[in-house]
Design a protein around this ligand. Structure first.
Ligand SMILES: C[S@@+](CC[C@H](N)C(=O)[O-])C[C@H]1O[C@@H](n2cnc3c(N)ncnc32)[C@H](O)[C@@H]1O
Length: 274
């Protein structure tokens, strides 16, 4: 199912409105790495001392109690709520963009594993898709509430029709493929590791299939989540490959991001060597 939502409505569904920066200034104009005019903040926030204590409660596991306490004391969670972002993850993309200048006005962007939509909100604001400059297509196997300025597709990105459907919605090959995909975890380390690897490899294949020459690819990896083969393939396919852990990514999380730019393009025979 595909939904195109209407114009941006400040503070309404899908629209973070007029975001202000993390320290109360105009969005992106304050804090290190802010970009002033890009319409969304990406400055690093300092962790607050834990002020909210959460008591264990009947029926709540220790892990749930720890998760709740972390949420209540996380400055990015509070800031995401204040700015109308659907997830704290929005800050990770904003910070990656502040560092690598990925989201330029007018680009065609695919967001893989987009639910609930924080990255999509940042991409829409920074490329100007809410002002009809550029396009963002977001896909997830979970339903995503409409986001003003984006096309949202409720589909597994591994579905064989996905690349064609998404490029049809973009109207041209993509300039940037974003992947914040995370698999459902089982708790069984070896199984989870394989799932993470498979997703990263599939996201890379997908990117190679839909990107225009010169395009970029941002992919979440987990520690041990990229084999030397995958990294070698990405290095062959892109002119520049960097790794980053944005400040909003929790220190205790094994996630990191691969940022590849300068896609070399698919060979004419459609049979890529990577
Ligand atoms: C960490 S969340 C993404 C958060 C998002 N970037 C944001 O800012 O709100 C990872 C997402 O990947 C999605 N996902 C995992 N495997 C998928 C697949 N095969 N196809 C589509 N989405 C998938 C999950 O449903 C989940 O919503």
């Amino acid at each position: 199912m595909t939904r195109r939502s209407g114009p941006s409505r400040p503070g309404g569904p899908g629209g973070p409105g007029r975001p202000r920066g993390p320290r109360g200034g105009k969005a992106g104009s304050t804090g290190k790495g802010g970009k002033g005019t890009k319409g969304a903040s990406g400055g690093a926030l300092r962790a607050r001392p834990a002020t909210e204590r959460v008591r264990t409660a009947a029926g709540r596991s220790n892990a749930s109690t720890r998760w709740l306490a972390r949420q209540l004391n996380d400055p990015y969670v509070a800031e995401a709520r204040r700015l109308g972002y659907r997830s704290r993850a929005a800050f990770k993309l904003a910070q990656l963009d502040d560092r690598f200048a990925l989201l330029r006005p007018g680009l065609a962007v695919v967001d893989l594993g987009a639910a609930p939509g924080g990255w999509t909100q940042i991409a829409v604001a920074r490329i100007g898709a809410d002002r009809r400059r550029g396009r963002v297509v977001a896909i997830d196997r979970l339903a995503i509430d409409p986001i003003a300025g984006a096309e949202v597709v409720h589909l597994d990105f591994l579905d064989p029709t996905a690349p064609e459907r998404l490029t049809a919605l973009l109207g041209r090959p993509a300039d940037l493929v974003l992947s914040d995909l995370s698999p459902d975890t089982t708790g069984h380390a070896a199984t989870d590791h394989l799932r993470i690897l498979a997703l990263a490899e599939a996201a890379f294949d997908f990117a190679c299939g839909v990107l225009a020459p010169g395009g970029g690819f941002v992919c979440k990896l987990f520690q041990g989540g990229a084999t030397p083969d995958l990294l070698a393939g990405v290095r062959r396919a892109f002119a520049k490959v960097r790794h980053a852990k944005p400040p909003a990514s929790r220190a205790e999380s094994a996630e990191t991001y691969l940022v590849a730019t300068g896609f070399r393009g698919r060979p004419a025979d459609e049979d890529p060597p990577w």
